[in-house]
Design a protein around this ligand. Structure first.
Ligand code: ADE
Length: 365
């Protein structure tokens, strides 16, 4: 594919002014032969497509499938989602991360119940207006669930198109997404828009792989692809390196009484909002300092302060470096609740970051 460079609207852009329409049947034929089975592909109702698309943000298909099945079993429709309580939702989402997504689902379900008579809206602008839905997700729902020729451009599609066209701009730059959306819009097939959306995603997931070797020999666009023909699949797409993550040291306290441990609810806003955690102190503390701190707080310690070792958890923008302690107590800190292992398993949503300490506590470490 020929490339040229130009400046539009003050932003540098590179690549062709149009995509050849033959790309569409070539990719759809490949998709028909290679598409993977996924529960939301068997039955593409707006509700199922919506929930799957939100779950699939920043999360792999294999991880999502069991969460999706469980979610559909417990909350089979918009009315059930709107009526669910937040703790139930967070528990269903436990381990998927980016918990803001499920809060937005809840808000959107309530808005659909109030403003759209409980029916998922088919109008693209109305879809885009729902909490937690941006241009990508609106395009995915409009095309897959409603058969509208609206592109959905996520990171995978940006990578595919950057290689196909030889675009050398940073794919994180918003004008690049706008330009690729426009290029796709011009060739979107009215007959199979949802399949075209999913075929682009599937190509990114199965063939046009990110780091390492893309499987160019398996690609339906092998002969057209700029990056394949010029041997630059390793350098395309161009992407600015991520900002370094902030490291936060935390001292995590498992205050135990009989078979229970104390949990405290995280604030309603911010990271892991509304999930439960163990009482935590800032910084990395030694056992003596932990004991002194708890005694100062009026906690009746009935045994030794046992080290549960270290654990780390990486979020998108931050790393927790944690040291855990197990302390036998006769009382708990203010705001805490005693929880048994069964309650932790079934009721309280806990961040994955803390699961290592739960396991060590249960193993009697
Ligand atoms: N990633 C995002 N949406 C997807 C879909 N519908 N199928 C496969 N992977 C996806």
């Amino acid at each position: 594919m020929a490339t040229n460079s130009s400046k539009r609207g003050g932003h540098p852009t590179s690549g062709p002014a149009a995509l050849p329409p033959e790309l569409v049947p070539e990719l759809l034929d490949w998709y028909d032969a290679h598409r993977r089975k996924m529960p939301w592909r068997e039955q593409s109702t707006p509700y199922r497509v919506w929930i799957s698309e939100i779950m699939l943000q920043q999360t792999r298909v294999e991880t999502v499938i069991p969460y999706f099945e469980r979610f559909m079993e417990k909350l089979p429709d918009i009315a059930a989602l709107a009526a669910a309580d937040e703790e139930t939702l967070l528990k269903l989402w436990e381990g998927l991360g980016y918990y803001r997504r499920v809060r937005h689902l809840h808000q959107a379900a309530r808005l659909i119940a109030d403003a759209h008579g409980g029916i998922f809206p088919s109008d693209h602008a109305a879809i885009l207006n729902l909490p937690g839905i941006g241009a990508y997700t609106a395009g995915a729902i409009a095309s897959i669930a409603f058969g509208q020729p609206v592109p959905a451009v996520d990171g995978n599609v940006l990578r595919v198109l950057a290689r196909l066209t030889g675009a050398t701009d940073d794919i994180a730059a918003p004008p690049v997404k706008v330009r690729f959306t426009g290029l796709l819009q011009a060739i979107y097939p009215a007959g199979r828009p949802g399949d075209f959306t999913q075929s682009l995603m599937e190509l990114g997931a199965l063939v046009c792989l990110p780091n390492g070797e893309p499987k160019c020999a398996d690609c339906p666009w092998h002969d057209r692809c700029f990056a394949r023909r010029h041997g630059c699949t390793a350098t395309l797409p161009v992407k600015a390196p991520p900002r370094p993550r902030r490291v936060v040291e935390r001292t995590v306290l498992l205050l135990c009484r009989l078979d229970a441990v104390a949990l405290v609810k995280r604030p309603a806003h911010g990271l892991l909002a509304g999930l439960w955690e163990f009482p935590t102190l800032e910084g990395k503390m030694e056992p003596d300092a932990v004991r002194r701190h708890l005694e100062k707080e009026g906690i009746a310690i009935t045994g030794d302060v046992r080290v549960l070792g270290e654990a780390a958890h990486i979020f998108s923008h931050l790393e927790w470096h944690m040291t855990g302690f197990r302390v036998e107590c006769a009382s708990r800190l203010p705001g805490c609740q005693w929880a048994t292992p069964l309650e932790i398993e079934k009721v309280y949503p806990l961040p994955t970051a803390l699961k290592a300490f739960v396991r060590r506590w249960l193993a009697g470490t």
